[in-house]
Design a protein around this ligand. Structure first.
Ligand code: FCB
Length: 406
């Protein structure tokens, strides 16, 4: 007998995207870095086309089609982003054509009766902002606030849920500690300042949006990893896992002092913590095309952890790179089983967003990883549903997960 797990009424089913990864035709700190990688013959960066975001998925022009795909999945919500560098190409000078463009996109989403989750900042910066020191610059919060003000005023009426900032800790860590992402500067002090400014920027954004819309639902997304001691009996590992959880998952939220109406969790990673370098020892029984461990139980753990913040939670990203689409259906179902378990234990989970609608530009990894429910042909940019799209559409339509217990 198949087992059925019902999700709460009004549970929001959706898919997530970000502006830079799908729109195409953007010049910002990332595009600049991509060109520098090629120019500097960075090792492993051979096929230029793969590591230059360029036209991406051309969603800037194909947004109507993309929104139809979201509808085909029976999703009630779409998480999309704005590209700050389009809207404010020079400090204080807003590009009205681009404002109008985004108005059209948002109106199109509303015409399709989709709830809009709008991300204001998803790691990419205008060139002028980066040149002034990016998030480590003391003026960063002022600049960001001006941009949020514009968006709230000119686009805010179409937004159902606001994500001010996507995964701030990833920008801090990859931008300033490992230097894997722009601005590629290893500097602990800059990391600290950037983190601090991102906290303040969220707070400022939260206030500005609420000044425009008293009832607005404003939150942010965090890359929530599940850290557990590799050996339950080892007190040192236990302490390390606790510390990692605090630093990576909790600290930022605690610093916001309740200035959020919901929290978005992005779940991809589980780490078995050990006390010596490299500080983790994962079993990797199942991995994605990127070698990321598949560990669905972890979604239950991160949800339970965030329940302590006593605000509605949304799984704003969860997905995998799986070009052959052999693992995606089971991946989604398994994660949903554990999310459902958290819900049945009283955790206030309001929605699930699969990452991603389309194959897109996966940052430093380029176009090779295929995260999409829809495959995108890199030559024609034609979208084609993978078999798992059908499975996800079934789940969204019925607001339930049906599976065969082992
Ligand atoms: C998340 C990012 C998103 C995407 C997925 C795979 O950390 O927010 O843009 O790259 O990872």
């Amino acid at each position: 007998m198949p087992k059925i797990l019902k999700f709460p009424q009004d549970f929001l089913w959706g898919v997530s995207t970000s502006a830079y990864q799908i729109e195409g035709g953007i010049e910002n700190d990332w595009s600049e870095w991509e060109n520098a990688r090629i120019k500097n013959h960075e090792s492993g960066i051979r096929e230029n086309a793969n590591f230059i975001c360029g036209i991406a998925c051309d969603s800037y022009n194909r947004y109507e089609e993309d929104l139809s795909l979201v509808k085909d999945l029976n999703c009630g919500a779409y998480r999309m982003g704005l590209e700050w560098s389009r809207l404010e190409p020079e400090p204080g000078n807003f590009n009205l054509e681009e404002v109008l463009h985004y108005r059209k996109v948002l109106q199109a989403a509303k015409a399709k009766n989709l709830k809009v989750v709008l991300t204001l900042w998803h790691w990419t910066n205008p060139l002028w902002f980066a040149a002034q020191g990016g998030w480590a610059n003391p003026k960063a919060v002022k600049h960001f606030s001006r941009y949020v003000g514009l968006v709230a005023r000119d686009l805010g009426e179409y937004v159902d849920y606001w994500v001010t900032i996507n995964e701030p800790m990833v920008h801090v860590a990859n931008g300033y500690l490992t230097a894997k992402f722009p601005p590629n500067k290893k500097n602990v002090f800059s990391a600290w300042r950037a983190g601090d400014n991102l906290i303040k920027a969220h707070g400022a954004g939260y206030k500005i949006i609420h000044e425009h819309f008293k009832e607005a639902k404003v939150g942010l997304t965090m890359l929530t990893n599940y850290f557990e001691p590799a050996h339950a009996v080892n007190p040192l590992e236990f302490a390390f896992a606790k510390l990692a959880n605090y630093c990576w998952n909790d600290r930022f939220i605690k610093k916001l002092h309740g200035q959020y109406d919901f929290l978005g969790l992005d779940y991809y990673f589980h780490d078995r913590v050990i006390w010596r370098s490299p500080f983790k020892e994962n079993l990797n029984r199942q991995v994605t095309d990127l070698g990321w461990e598949i560990y669905p139980q972890g979604i239950y753990r991160v949800l339970k952890n965030y329940a302590k913040f006593r605000k509605p939670l949304f799984i704003m990203e969860n997905g995998l790179a799986d070009a052959a689409d052999k693992k995606r259906g089971k991946f989604i179902a398994d994660h949903l089983k554990y999310a459902h378990q958290a819900i049945s234990e009283g955790v206030d989970v309001r929605g699930y967003f699969y990452w991603s609608l389309l194959d897109n530009f996966e940052w430093a990894e380029g176009f090779a990883p295929k995260f999409g429910l829809y495959a995108v042909d890199r030559k024609t940019l034609a979208r084609a549903p993978r078999p798992s799209a059908k499975l996800y559409a079934e789940i969204c339509k019925n607001n339930q997960l049906k599976f065969q217990p082992l």
